[in-house]
Ligand binder design. Structure first.
Ligand code: SF4
Ligand code: SF4
Ligand code: SF4
Ligand code: FES
Length: 311
């Protein structure tokens, strides 16, 4: 693929033709905020937080849907860009609950981070009604508080990316627009399988993993990527540790990877279960009794032979 040369913040760069301005900027280490864009999954140009200034263009185009052209002169954080992003954030904050002190997402919330970066304080210049959506606490896995939703649409896209799964979508209009299941039921009455892809991709605290509630802020957790061994699909996910103890898992490939099943996500609970059995159980005369690993695995005679050879 041929390269094109352009200028970003006064610096000449060379990037592959056909990529977006956002990708060009990010690939050279320039910060551009995003809400609705997710690599390999979405680029709807809906939230507008990624606007940049391009010489010769009258408006500020969203960088995630603008393709690079040779000689482009781009400013990623000019005064006009800064002001536009601040206004977008002020409009979002105007009808946002601002429960940051107790919100599960605090510290890893894009709205909170960007509000800080662009100097948005509350109350903003805009008066806004607050939503009064009922929170969905109907199931043991996903907690939904759509009052905090910024309608980026990434949950819809990631759910739809799995074939035959299309549990949620945009519903209603105007101020009442929300992400809803078919017939706007609670998740427990929908076809949701609790894969938590939507939770992993949500940029704010509208969706949270109930299994991880109260177990630590994002920055307090260490993460390690592992491959699930429960079945032969080999899903990858992040194991989250706090103070050396496993506190849960996060689907780390919500954009394009395999969905994580409940077994993979909740299997870690066995690790901290004080009642877990240290020995395998075997069915003897209709009852499960503890036995040795050799007997359970059917390798007792082999182990005996090896031990005899060692003598
Ligand atoms: S979603 Fe973000 S901005 Fe909203 S309450 Fe939670 S941490 Fe604060
Ligand atoms: S948990 Fe999975 S199946 Fe349920 S809505 Fe989210 S992405 Fe869709
Ligand atoms: S619930 Fe989260 S991911 Fe879904 S649209 Fe709202 S903010 Fe975006
Ligand atoms: S991230 Fe570009 S429009 Fe939302």
């Amino acid at each position: 693929m041929a390269n094109v040369t352009l200028t970003i913040n006064g610096q000449k760069v060379s990037v592959p033709e056909g990529i977006t301005v956002l990708e060009a900027a990010q690939s050279h280490g320039f910060f551009v905020p995003t809400f609705c864009y997710e690599k390999d999954l979405t680029a709807p140009g809906a939230c507008r937080i990624c606007v940049v200034e391009i010489k010769g263009m009258r408006n500020l185009p969203p960088s995630c849907v603008t393709t690079v052209t040779p000689g482009m002169e781009i400013e990623t954080e000019s005064p006009a860009v800064f002001e536009a992003r601040k206004t977008i954030l002020e409009l979002l904050v105007a009808n946002h609950p601002l429960d940051c002190m107790t919100c599960e997402k605090s510290g890893s919330c894009k709205l909170q981070d960007y509000a800080y970066r662009y100097g948005v304080t509350s109350p903003t210049r805009f008066e806004g009604d607050k939503h009064k959506f009922a929170v969905d606490d109907s199931n043991p896995y996903v907690f939904r508080d759509l009052n905090k939703c910024i309608l980026c649409g990434k949950c819809v896209a990631t759910c739809r990316a799995v074939s035959d799964r299309n549990v949620i979508d945009f519903a209603f209009r105007g101020f009442n627009t929300k992400i809803a299941t078919f017939m706007d039921t609670e998740l427990k009455d929908s076809s949701c399988v609790y894969c938590n892809r939507c939770v992993a991709i949500c940029p704010v605290g509208a969706l949270s993993d109930k299994n991880m509630t109260g177990k630590g802020r994002g920055w307090e957790l260490d993460k390690k990527e592992v491959t699930c061994t429960f079945c032969d699909a080999g899903c990858k996910f992040d194991v989250n540790y706090r103070d050396g103890k496993v506190v849960g898992v996060t689907a780390n490939s919500a954009a394009s990877g395999r969905p994580l099943c409940l077994k993979g996500r909740l299997g870690t609970e066995f690790m901290n279960n004080p009642d877990k059995t240290a020995l395998p159980l075997i069915n003897k005369d209709g009852e499960f009794v503890e036995t040795s690993w050799e007997e359970a695995l059917g390798i007792g005679p082999i182990v005996e032979k090896i031990n005899a050879l060692k003598k």
